[in-house]
Design a protein around this ligand. Structure first.
Ligand SMILES: [Zn+2]
Length: 332
């Protein structure tokens, strides 16, 4: 029982935390961006080796068509685009990995430090960063300069009396870093597989010309935002494909339940908000719930037994909690 509530708390907490740090990488330093570029390149090289050894034929085929590289723009994200001929390019921006680390960081800290108390701070932070991210999406469309965003520790230390005492908790202690790193890497791998899913499912992808021929950063960001307006059905299909492949390759269901993903999903739906002026938070939550349900289905099929009860109840709790979040957060 203790484990069940712990797992649920972890997932619910990460839901709020992830939502809160979407834009923080915009303020990163060049040194961190370079480290992120190296780490991202090394990780995907390993993932490609893993796929060529243990992947399904479908995963091998999709990955063989995809060339990975790190992009220099500042939106923290990963995407796939068609390149010339029959090839594809999967690109992650330099802040992408840093954001995943931050998300896993705050997850870890919250879990160790009186989560009930920190929860209020996260909610304030959550709305603050979400607003900045949405604002930046609009500025980018209008060709304007992006606003700097305070990373979690700076926000905690300076922006809000509610959060001030939490600034000193970062960077997290060395003994917590290995599990933090694992969690961030798991999220990166999942999202890489999501992009492979778009290839495997033959989704129509915009061609790369607009993006690469953009004459300056503002135009490049606009082209990128255009790209982000893709269909929700395709997103769900790519998520489902990613889960199925990872489970088939032996990824533990538990690790797919602990991914610090929600904020990244929210970030992309935040861009939808700027375009559509509708509340799309619920889409991020729906996607998250669908991912967990797919883990459930795929793992039961592979291992011919039900997931442990605590994971089942986590899924239900997240579903309910997600509905509450959808009612609470404001869009754009
Ligand atoms: Zn996608």
């Amino acid at each position: 029982m203790r484990d069940a509530s712990r797992l649920t708390a972890r997932l619910l907490i990460s839901c709020w935390l992830l939502a809160s740090v979407d834009g923080s990488a915009l303020a990163y330093q060049e040194q961190h961006l370079k480290e992120s570029e190296r780490a991202s390149t090394a990780l995907i090289r390993q993932v490609k080796e893993w796929i060529s050894k243990s992947g399904t034929s479908e995963a091998k085929a999709a990955d063989a068509k995809a060339r990975f590289s790190v992009d220099q723009s500042l939106m923290p994200t990963i995407w796939v685009q068609q390149s010339s001929g029959s090839g594809y390019e999967i690109k992650a921006t330099r802040p992408f990995y840093i954001v995943l680390i931050y998300l896993a960081d705050t997850d870890t800290i919250t879990f160790r430090q009186q989560p009930q108390k920190y929860f209020e701070c996260k909610r304030a932070y959550d709305q603050y960063l979400y607003d900045v991210f949405s604002d930046n999406a609009k500025r980018s469309l209008a060709g304007g300069q992006l606003k700097d965003v305070n990373p979690p520790e700076i926000f905690s230390a300076t922006a809000s009396a509610l959060c001030r005492e939490y600034g000193k908790l970062f960077p997290i202690p060395p003994d917590l870093r290995p599990s933090r790193d694992q969690s961030a890497l798991d999220a990166f791998v999942f999202l890489y597989f999501h992009e492979l899913g778009h290839i495997a499912k033959r989704h129509s992808l915009p061609n790369a010309t607009a993006f690469f021929s953009a004459p300056n950063k503002a135009a490049k960001d606009k082209a990128f935002l255009d790209y982000m307006k893709r269909s929700r059905q395709q997103e769900d299909e790519a998520d489902g494909w990613a889960v199925d492949q990872l489970i088939e390759m032996g990824q533990q269901p538990q690790r797919l339940f602990n991914l610090p993903l929600f904020g990244i999903l929210l970030a992309s739906t935040g861009i939808d908000c700027a375009f559509e002026s509708i509340s799309t938070h619920s889409f991020a939550i729906t996607r998250m719930v669908n991912i967990l349900k797919r883990v459930d289905t795929a793992a039961e099929k592979k291992y011919q037994r039900e997931l442990p009860k605590e994971m089942k109840s986590t899924l239900n709790d997240f579903d309910k909690f997600g509905q509450k979040v959808g009612e609470t957060l404001k869009c754009g």
